[in-house]
Design a protein around this ligand. Structure first.
Ligand code: SAM
Length: 418
């Protein structure tokens, strides 16, 4: 099969007659012999059996688990070609789903490091194995080390493995690391409660003192439920001249090598009288944005993140920002009729909820900054916003997750006739 390009999911695209093949571990512009794994109505999944004529951008993947572990999909492609492929995927998705022809592609933000960039991770645990799911399966591939993780999280894998041996039915371990403090928070996810005194003893005996807090959680689908917490519940991180407190249950951007550039790309050239940040987390963008205008309101549906954000406003001496716990729809609705200059959106993978775009179009903020981790839902939402009177001034790839297929981006929108 002749591979044209990479597509979303990290697959190589090949065509034979009218049939389309999505080929795992293929690189753009190469010839491979591939085995078909699954036939769908319009396309088939396949996997490279042998590379016949390799792509000029193919490389030997540095990680020994690559191809077995499902955490990374494009490690076999040189980093600059990974970024080029993601740019093309972003533009192609905006065209196919959003009907947006040739949007202006602004300079991509490349990760400061290709490896060692992750400061948060969710490890899977099964039958004593700790690692990540095998590609497309629920079997856990045991990893002694993972090259995309911060070096200090890799140092912790041994002690975590020791802990895991003593916890019955352990399903997941979530780790967050602060490079500023060299401290960790760890969550253990199990279907039944771990005895509190036992977990306290495990923390003291098995884990290094840098693990300052541990929690016992259950998980229903993606919903985490805390049973109890032992020790400190927060970490502090620094991004340029900004400081953030982040709680164990709050979201924080995972790639620390991009933090500063990401904030710059969202705040540069911005000015406003009143702005809203509708998925504010701990105030990652809201607090730096507050310097650029008169007044900004941040909201998030996660109460823990909002508590952190309120704390962070004080920590950074900002008094023209308020934070409220609210879902984006309700917050936007409550501001109907007010003059808004800027709305910042950073929704989860599912994109905006139905009704949110209608409200945006009705409220008519002069500018919208849409930060997205899923090009398909972004394209769907942008299509509606463009129909509602907005123009897309530019779109920028933010390569948050090197070695993986994930595509993060910022879209800069302006109301055509304010
Ligand atoms: C990708 S994170 C971004 C957070 C923040 N902008 C940052 O950069 O750290 C998405 C955030 O949206 C919040 N969220 C999810 N669904 C929401 C909704 N319907 N309304 C408001 N916030 C929501 C989550 O709690 C999470 O903090």
């Amino acid at each position: 099969m002749s591979i044209e390009k990479l597509v979303y999911g990290g697959y190589g695209l090949a065509r034979q007659g009218s049939r389309v093949f999505l080929v795992r571990y293929a690189a753009p512009r190469e010839l491979v012999d591939a085995e078909v794994l699954e036939e769908k109505k319009d396309y088939s999944y396949a996997q490279v059996r042998e590379v016949v004529i390799p792509s000029e951008v193919r490389r030997t993947p540095p990680c020994p688990y690559y191809g077995i572990c499902g955490g990374c999909q494009i490690q076999h492609v040189e980093y600059p070609a990974q970024v080029e492929s993601k740019e093309a995927i972003l533009l192609e998705t905006l065209k196919r789903i959003g009907r947006i022809e040739n949007p202006r592609l602004l300079d991509s933000l490349r990760s400061g490091q290709e490896f060692g960039y992750r400061i948060r991770v969710q490890l899977k645990v099964r039958n004593g194995h700790i690692g990540f799911f095998r590609f497309g399966e629920r079997e856990v591939v045991d990893v002694a080390e993972c090259p995309v993780l911060h070096r200090r999280i890799n140092d912790l894998l041994g002690p975590l493995r020791e802990c895991a041996r003593h916890i019955r039915e352990l399903q997941e371990i979530h780790v967050t690391y602060s490079p500023l403090e060299d401290r960790f928070l760890v969550k253990f996810v199990t279907p039944t409660e771990i005895d509190r005194a036992f977990l306290k003893a495990l923390k003291e005996d098995c884990l290094p003192p840098e693990v300052v807090g541990v929690g016992d959680y259950s998980k229903l689908r993606t919903l985490m439920n805390r049973r109890y917490w032992i020790g400190q519940e927060h970490l502090y991180v620094e991004v340029g001249r900004w400081r953030y407190r982040l709680g164990a249950d709050s979201f924080f951007q995972v790639n620390y090598t991009l933090w500063e550039k990401f904030i710059e790309a969202v705040t540069d050239g911005v000015s406003f009288r009143k702005a809203l940040d509708l998925h504010c987390g701990v105030g990652f963008f809201t607090i730096p944005l507050s310097e650029r205008g008169n007044f900004i309101e941040g909201s998030d549906s996660n109460g823990s993140a909002v508590n952190d954000a309120q704390y962070n406003a004080k920590l950074n001496g900002r008094d023209n920002v308020v934070f409220v716990k609210s879902d984006a729809y309700r917050h936007l609705k409550s501001r109907g009729g007010e003059v808004l200059d800027l709305v910042v959106l950073d929704p989860p993978r599912s994109g905006l909820e139905s009704g949110e775009v209608d409200l945006l179009v009705r409220n008519r903020p002069e500018r919208i900054l849409y930060i997205s981790c899923n090009p398909s839902t972004l394209a769907r939402d942008l299509r509606q916003l463009l129909r509602g009177g907005y123009t897309l001034e530019g779109v920028r790839l933010v390569d948050m997750f090197p070695q993986t297929y994930h595509v993060e981006s910022i879209s800069y929108l302006k109301l055509e006739k304010p």
